[in-house]
Design a protein around this ligand. Structure first.
Ligand code: GLN
Length: 508
């Protein structure tokens, strides 16, 4: 049997069913890889707890019927499959830090909906993954827990904010992982680490127990090695939850089946994307796009066209304005969400203070990092009397126009394609002192976030220095199935997603 850490989820499922591998053997292989790793992807591992869950899965598998063909049972579709969670999802029995000093010693009394759903599908938890503090960032240079290193080049960032998730999946430290995407945090690190990521439609996955950053944008997603593996985890995560007031009540849909289904009516075996109209927004291919990224993205688009898709030039005229709109709305919501961290109810409390006011001030001064403080200040400012109309209301108006631009484009095309990020992964430390440069790097992911649309990052080759590049695919509301089927057709025909970082790069 080959190394379990190199197998796709469907192969792991088959091997478990056929009793060729046990859940414990799979978990142990991943734990051993994690132990050897120096990427700083994990913030919490508890091998005994992982093994306990794996043994329980093995006990359940022992009483399930043996078969070498069928996949896992429908009641426990992920039985015995390991998974790791971004440390933004609260998890009982594990650390739940949100990458912050503020929650360094916080223990959640309950599981996030996503964690709960994945656990009841039978998955085995490998641990909690490093991320930018409160998911604010594009680099995962976490000031408290240290940067996540990119497995393709350890001098470089893994991307953010779900950098731990992307690095872990790319380096074979987890077969797939949860992430969250507020303005690009699933897609951007997936692109920079050469793995596949999906951010579903806003409301598709419950936000209950996801430590809040900007509630009108936050959405849980998946980082995996293929569109098919993404579909398997998304299938389990998605669903209505009355505990999240923005959760959508939708008819049942099977994303895993959708992956193999024809995307268009005219699809044939040799042209599975026949007639699929791919919109290429001219604003996504302008000056700011690095040449090597452009070449790889064009190569990805050409591969889609070789499968029968038709490229159509389109325009999303307010792409640039998504940056100021997002960087007003997200901090505004963050300033409100983060007011709960006051030293009374959650996490850290300052040791020395003379009165209540000083307790609040010192607690927040000590508990939050620089970027989080910056956002709280900006957020409080744009919401304050006299500035609310000038900034916050304007940003909301822009957000509506950006969503309208997508609606117009989707009357002409089925899927939008473009780059995920303007460059490949930059060097650790290179942009740390320049927050605005970091914000500008979000230009291609923010529009879909502001509009609440489903979007993916799919590996499409390499840029200079053999650094991975991601092709972004965006679909209309609730068309995750179309996205996954398109990405999976691309991955059946090409091998970019199968490329792994060179062995040894994950060793010191
Ligand atoms: N880079 C963006 C930010 O810093 C997006 C982060 C995210 O999606 N969580 O806000």
């Amino acid at each position: 049997m080959s190394d379990p850490t190199s197998l796709a989820i469907a192969d792991l499922q088959r091997a478990l069913k056929a009793r060729e591998l046990s859940a414990l053997e799979i978990a142990d292989a991943y734990l051993a890889a994690g132990e050897r790793s120096t990427l700083n992807a994990y913030l919490d591992v508890q091998p005994e707890l992982t093994r306990l869950q794996a043994r329980e899965a093995d006990a359940a598998l022992a009483v399930s019927p043996t078969s070498s063909t069928s996949s896992a049972s429908s009641a426990s579709p992920l039985l015995g499959i390991p998974v790791a969670h971004k440390d933004i999802f609260v998890t009982r029995g594990w650390r739940s830090t949100a990458g912050s000093q503020m929650l360094a010693h916080y223990r959640s009394p309950f599981d996030a909906a996503v964690v709960e759903r994945i656990a009841s599908a039978g998955a085995v938890c490998l641990g909690k993954l490093n991320c930018d503090e409160f998911a604010m960032g594009s680099a995962n240079e976490n000031p408290v827990y240290g940067p996540v290193l990119n497995p393709w080049d350890r001098q470089r960032i893994a991307g953010g904010s779900s950098g731990g998730s992307a690095a872990a999946v790319a380096a074979g430290l987890a077969p797939f992982a949860t992430g969250t995407d507020t303005g690009g945090s699933v897609r951007q690190p997936a692109a920079m680490c050469g793995v596949t990521g999906i951010k579903p439609t806003y409301g598709r996955v419950s936000r209950y127990g996801m430590i809040a950053f900007a509630s009108s944008l936050d959405q849980a997603g998946v980082i995996a090695r293929s569109a098919e593996d993404c579909a398997l985890l998304l299938q389990v995560m998605a669903g209505f939850d009355p505990r999240d007031s923005t959760s959508l009540q939708l008819p049942h849909e099977d994303f895993t089946v959708a992956c193999g289904r024809p995307v268009t009516e005219g699809a044939t075996e040799s042209a599975p994307l026949a007639g699929l109209r791919i919109g290429l927004p001219k604003e996504f291919f302008g000056e700011g796009l690095a040449v090597d990224v452009r070449q790889a993205v064009e190569q990805g688009v050409a591969a889609l066209c070789a499968l029968g898709a038709v490229a159509v030039g389109v325009s999303l005229p307010r792409t640039e304005l998504s940056i100021p709109a997002y960087y007003v709305i997200a901090p505004a919501e963050a300033s409100s969400n983060l007011s709960r961290f006051d030293g009374v109810r959650y996490g850290h409390r300052a040791k020395d203070y003379a009165n209540l006011r000083e307790m609040y001030m010192r607690t927040r001064a000590e508990g939050f990092g620089a970027e989080v403080k910056r956002r709280i200040i900006v957020g409080a400012y744009v919401l304050s009397h006299g500035y609310y109309d000038a900034y916050y209301v304007k940003a909301q108006q822009l957000r509506r126009l950006i969503a309208d631009d997508f609606t117009a484009v989707f009357s002409e095309v089925d899927v939008i394609a473009g780059p995920v990020a303007p460059t490949t992964a930059w060097r650790i430390g290179e942009q740390t002192d320049d927050p605005v440069r970091n914000y500008l790097a979000d230009i291609f992911t923010l529009p879909a976030s502001l509009a609440g649309l489903p979007a993916m990052s799919v590996p499409c080759g390499f840029g200079a220095g053999r650094l991975p590049v991601g092709l972004q695919l965006i679909a209309p509301y609730l068309q995750e199935a179309r996205l996954l089927a398109t990405a999976s057709a691309l991955q059946r025909a090409t091998g970019w997603h199968l490329e792994r970082p060179p062995a040894g790069r994950d060793r010191s």
